[in-house]
Write a protein that binds this ligand. Structure first.
Ligand code: NAD
Length: 511
């Protein structure tokens, strides 16, 4: 084990926030204490927002929308282009703040900011490609087409584990689509939200004609999010977090006929077939299961291994797991940082106890650095060999637990793979074309992300991101996900001197 891990420093945080233009009064002397998972120290105390602030922000965002929707989309894209530019300048500072606030290793903190930059680039291109269709009409002398218009105020709710990238997936696309933003970040990671907002403010200041109030950050607990989703002035709610949160949010938004994007929990599986390239598989499995200390929505949680390769693969995994350095995410060489808090640790231990009671054999999973960092929650990532896919395996435990199970034939593996309530990301390791194609077919994986010979985590922004079943069905980021942020109008124009009706209906009247 390495020497005492590097602690989080309040001074370091204050300097980063200053550099990123977050005013002192926004993060000192308030009622919301933010702790760094690195060592549990309080790094800021933020004033939280109440109902009057929420009312004001939604009102201002609504007012701004009425002007912003009329700004040509490529000019809206210019704001996002400059946001990408400002993010490039502050990649180090914001990445480090992500590491301190969310506990992911520096490489992943920087990677998260890179993802923000990438989605900005994508959105800038998109700002000139918000295409509608020209559609063949059955009526002579007519033309039919569809037009995409800005939707309104977008309420964005985000989780602690991707504190800034998920906002940017929504914000960059929503802004070029002409929407305005009210962001409710996780109460565990509000500092990176304030910093991102300040970086966006720099970009906005560089463009003439942007109405005031196009973006707001709402700091507070879940109750603040509840009030946001209930507000009829919020046209779209894009909510990322647990399935429990989605189950609370969905009926409220549906009850007022609001638009909804849900990005909820995953329980991602991988099938390792007899023909798999095991060298590749080992590396992919370890990154997907252990990266971000198993706190990605796309983390690998279930490994379904053919019995013919099980006895070779599992010892190799144990060896690789033994080499994963657990420690402060600020230290070079660390691969596994801390869990977000004690609740996450307790949840992990509870699942491990249940797995043991169900016949599971656990390797790893114990707490480390308990003496050096009594208020932080570091664990060894663990493998749990399970005799079957019991109830605990079918739940998402947000920690580095990888359940490993055997299978005999591919049909059985597919059935096991799909027999969980979540449907986010999946993968198969095989060099058998038939298995690969079956996994991606209509009768294959039922997830939103279906990969072959790469792990389930680490999606690129160019594709649509999201999943099925209890993952919520939403799609964000690339492909045509932008359509959820706009309203579609079907236009029919008559340029003839006749008035033919659709379906050949005759309705003769004289005026
Ligand atoms: P969480 O559900 O506890 O909180 C997420 C956000 O929702 C926070 O901002 C929280 O304040 C807010 N919230 C909670 N209850 C709410 C309610 N009733 N109304 C409105 N807002 C409410 O999740 P977490 O612990 O921060 O994040 C981990 C979870 O998020 C995991 O389940 C993970 O899989 C999921 N996640 C999913 C994706 C995805 O894209 N599918 C991405 C990241 C995280």
């Amino acid at each position: 084990m390495s020497p005492r891990p590097t602690a989080a420093s309040r001074t370091d945080v204050a300097q980063l926030l200053k550099r990123l233009d977050v005013p002192d009064k926004a993060h000192a002397g308030g009622d919301l204490a933010v702790r760094s998972p690195i060592d549990g120290t309080v790094i800021a105390e933020l004033p939280t927002h109440g109902p009057a602030d929420l009312d004001r922000m939604i009102g201002e965002a609504g007012e701004a929308f009425r002007a912003w929707r009329l700004v040509p989309a490529p000019k809206r894209g210019e704001v996002v282009r400059l946001l990408g530019e400002e993010l490039r300048k502050e990649k180090e500072a914001l990445g480090r703040l992500v590491t301190i606030e969310a506990g992911k290793i520096l490489q992943e903190g920087l990677g998260e900011v890179q993802e923000m930059i990438d989605i900005c680039d994508f959105a800038v291109g998109l700002s000139r490609q918000l295409y509608g269709l020209a559609i063949a009409t059955e009526r002579p002398g007519h033309r039919m087409m569809e037009t995409w218009h800005p939707l309104g105020v977008a309420g964005i709710i985000t989780a602690f584990n991707f504190p800034v990238a998920v906002w940017s997936w929504n914000a960059a696309i929503a802004l070029v689509c002409g929407d305005t933003l009210v962001w409710k970040p996780s109460e565990k990671t509000p500092l990176t939200a304030l910093a991102s907002q300040a970086i966006l403010a720099r970009a906005i200041a560089r463009v003439d004609g942007v109405p005031p109030g196009i973006s707001h950050v709402l700091v507070g607990p879940a109750a603040v999010g509840e009030a946001l989703v209930a507000d009829r002035r919020v046209a779209l709610v894009s909510a990322t977090g647990s399935t429990r949160m989605g189950a609370a949010v969905a009926p409220r938004v549906a009850g007022r006929f609001g638009r909804l994007i849900l990005e909820l929990g995953g329980n991602n599986g991988m099938i390792v077939a007899p023909s798999a390239d095991l060298d590749l598989a080992v590396r992919a499995i370890v990154f997907a299961a252990v990266g971000t200390a198993g706190q990605r929505c796309t983390s690998l949680r279930r490994l379904i291994v053919h019995e013919s390769v099980y006895d070779e693969l599992v010892p190799r995994l144990k060896k690789a797991y033994g080499q994963c350095a657990v420690g402060s995410p600020l230290d070079a060489g660390t691969l596994v940082g801390p869990l977000i808090d004690k609740r996450a640790f307790d949840g992990m231990q509870k699942s491990l106890a249940e797995a043991r009671a169900n016949g599971g054999t656990v390797t790893g999973g114990e707490r480390v650095y308990a003496e050096e960092m009594p208020d932080a929650w570091y664990v060894r990532p663990c493998l749990v060999e399970m005799p079957q896919q019991s109830a605990v395996v079918c739940r998402e435990t947000f920690a580095p637990i990888l359940y490993v199970m055997r299978y005999e034939d591919f049909d059985q593996a597919l059935a096991m793979h799909n027999a969980v309530p979540q449907g986010l990301a999946s993968s198969v390791f095989t060099t058998d074309l038939r298995e690969a194609e079956r996994f991606m077919s209509a009768a294959g994986s039922d997830c939103g992300i279906v990969n072959v010979n790469i792990g389930p985590s680490g999606a690129e922004i160019g594709g649509a991101f999201g999943g099925e079943k209890e993952t919520g069905g939403g799609r964000e980021a690339g492909s045509d996900s932008w359509k959820a942020y706009m309203r579609r109008a079907t236009n029919t124009i008559n340029y003839s001197r006749e008035l033919p009706l659709a379906q050949g209906i005759r309705f003769d009247v004289e005026g």
